[in-house]
Design a protein around this ligand. Structure first.
Ligand code: M6R
Length: 548
């Protein structure tokens, strides 16, 4: 039995039945599902329409089965017709095709968008991501750019395209054996194991994910720290949650490592790329390792002579493969669309890296560095404590939050990127319009929105940050805002002055930057549930964003 399917994110044409994949040709014998964007779809479609093809959808993908049909009309066998169609495509694609004239095969091709093969016993799989088939096999081959082939239940054939001249490709057979990898992830990791949602399971999995990461990254962190030691500048790039981890990473590398470091949103990198040069190190942060914006930012940096270090959770994914060095967090597969455990493990990795850089550069004494390392070693245990102490309070907060339309998350210093992550979580799973701002900036505009009951959530990771935030709390209270704070438990005055307090363990910023987000993950999760939403599948979002 063979089959193909696709959960569509909708780049061309609204989400509707007619735009859903698979798309078929005029004969109904060829079907295609595709992730990515075909950039030259319009010209191909116009040409095919002139040749008599009838299209029914608004998608770019629909041109592919029609192209295959066209090559078959010229007398080609299905696989040759598929390869000829692929040769014409420009853009990003991971695509699979069925042809009723060779019904035991699923054809595939990849350019930029992720595609993996799962090798089972009497069954083979193609998917965008490993968890899709983890229940059936842990034997994996990652398909690389410009590879095509087909699978049957018992066979995998793969070829690599080499461009010769403008319009011609030579296909060379690929030996799969050295590429087969058995992933460490277990099938249970891709199951809910009694939790109602993956997001909640993954929040609770953080102690384990942090502990595996601590054990797994030690050696490579030392190598990367040596690379960073003499860097003239460090740019940390990422998207979404990974950008928030990048922001914390840049702050840590600058504060503890004494390096000139800045964070950039991956899709904004192109406007800075001109100033990148040899001597710079770019750290590309992406849990999936496949986010196209981050991949392109890393490529741009490499093209300018910078060293690229990848920080990812998925071994062999595109960004680590193209980087000079790769650090892998050990969070296990993350299924929930909202990143939780991958974020805290990324931040933990930055903490370890920054302490090592600080030690190598003499910014931190041996005693200071070993004190940070000691506390970081306890992070998994403290995470477990925070989750168990604050879960019920987060649930109570969620009941009120579920009635709100807007919220501010305010912080200073390290508290700002943690606030940004808190706001993003609430926005993406509970659809509350949550904005993060530097607390000192709120009086320069955003405060105009605040009225009675408006939620304002403060984050302070240290007593210093708490002291600076006190006046901002007063400003909000004076306007009858509903105030909440996540701050160290000895920040008595701040915590006493808010409506809901989360008194957290007093820790060095390296550890608190990892842990203070935990109440926010829980608040977002329980708010989504209180509103009747499925936090694992937020509308309009995809787990891995492979379109620019
Ligand atoms: O796989 P990546 O870490 O590169 O993904 C980046 C973002 O797309 C991702 O963090 C997104 O913002 C999540 N929905 C956050 O929860």
């Amino acid at each position: 039995m063979v089959g193909i399917g696709h959960t569509r994110w909708a780049t061309h044409g609204p989400p509707s039945d007619v735009n859903s994949h698979p798309h078929v040709d005029c004969t109904g014998r060829v079907a295609v599902a595709h992730n990515g964007i075909i950039e030259n779809w319009r010209e191909i479609k116009d040409r095919l329409i002139k040749e008599g093809h009838k299209f029914v959808s608004d998608t770019d993908t629909e041109v592919i089965p029609h192209l295959i049909e066209e090559f078959k009309k010229q007398g080609m066998q299905p696989y040759e017709a598929f390869k000829s169609a692929v040769k014409e495509l420009k853009g990003a694609y991971a695509l699979v095709a069925l042809d009723m004239d060779e019904p035991s095969k699923v054809f595939f091709a990849r350019h930029t968008s992720p595609l993996v093969i799962g090798l089972g016993d009497g069954v083979n799989f193609l998917a965008s991501d490993i968890p899709a088939f983890l229940k059936y096999t842990r034997k994996v081959v990652v398909v690389r750019d410009d590879e095509v082939g087909y699978i049957t239940s018992s066979e995998v054939v793969m070829e690599r395209g080499k461009r010769v001249g403008e319009n011609s490709i030579e296909w060379m057979s690929v030996d799969l054996h050295p590429r087969v990898r058995v992933v460490e992830w277990t099938p249970e990791m891709a199951m809910k194991e009694g939790f109602p949602h993956f997001m909640l399971k993954e929040i609770h999995e953080q102690p384990r994910a942090l502990s595996s990461t601590l054990a797994g990254v030690r050696e490579i962190v030392r190598d990367v720290a040596k690379e960073l030691r003499g860097a003239s500048r460090v740019i940390v790039v990422g998207a979404g949650t990974s950008y928030h981890a990048s922001y914390i990473g840049a702050l840590m590398l600058s504060n503890l490592g004494g390096l000139p470091a800045q964070a950039l949103i991956s899709s904004e990198m192109r406007w800075y790329a001109r100033s990148v040069s040899e001597g710079d190190v770019v750290i590309a942060v992406s849990q999936s390792g496949e986010t196209i914006d981050t991949l392109l930012a890393a490529r741009a940096a490499k093209g300018k002579g910078a060293k690229v270090v990848a920080l990812s959770n998925v071994v062999d994914s595109a960004i680590p493969r193209e980087a000079d060095l790769a650090i892998y967090t050990r969070a296990g597969p993350e299924i929930g669309v909202a990143a939780t455990k991958t974020f805290t493990t990324q931040v933990l990795t930055f903490a370890l890296l920054s302490v090592e850089v600080g030690r190598l550069r003499g910014v931190l004494s041996e005693a200071e560095a070993s004190n940070h390392a000691k506390v970081l070693g306890k992070v998994p245990e403290i995470a477990s404590h925070i989750i168990s102490v604050f879960e019920a309070r987060a649930k109570t907060v969620a009941k009120t939050m579920a009635e709100k339309e807007h919220a501010f998350y305010l912080g200073r210093g390290f508290g700002l990127p943690v606030s940004m992550e808190g706001a993003l979580k609430l926005k993406e799973v509970a659809y509350v319009h949550a904005e993060a701002y530097p607390a000192g900036e709120s009086k320069h505009g955003p405060i105009a929105l605040v009225e009675e009951g408006f939620p304002v959530v403060f984050t302070a990771l240290s007593l210093d940050e708490s002291e600076l935030i006190k006046s901002n709390v007063e400003e909000m209270r004076a306007r009858y805002a509903w105030t909440l704070a996540v701050a160290p438990k000895n920040a008595y005055e701040l915590l006493r002055n808010v409506d809901v307090a989360f008194p957290m363990p007093e820790l060095p910023s390296t550890a608190s930057a990892v842990l203070y987000v935990l109440p926010y993950q829980l608040i977002a999760y329980y708010t989504a549930v209180a509103k009747g939403y499925d936090p694992d599948k937020p509308r309009n979002l995809a787990k891995t964003v492979t379109v620019v």
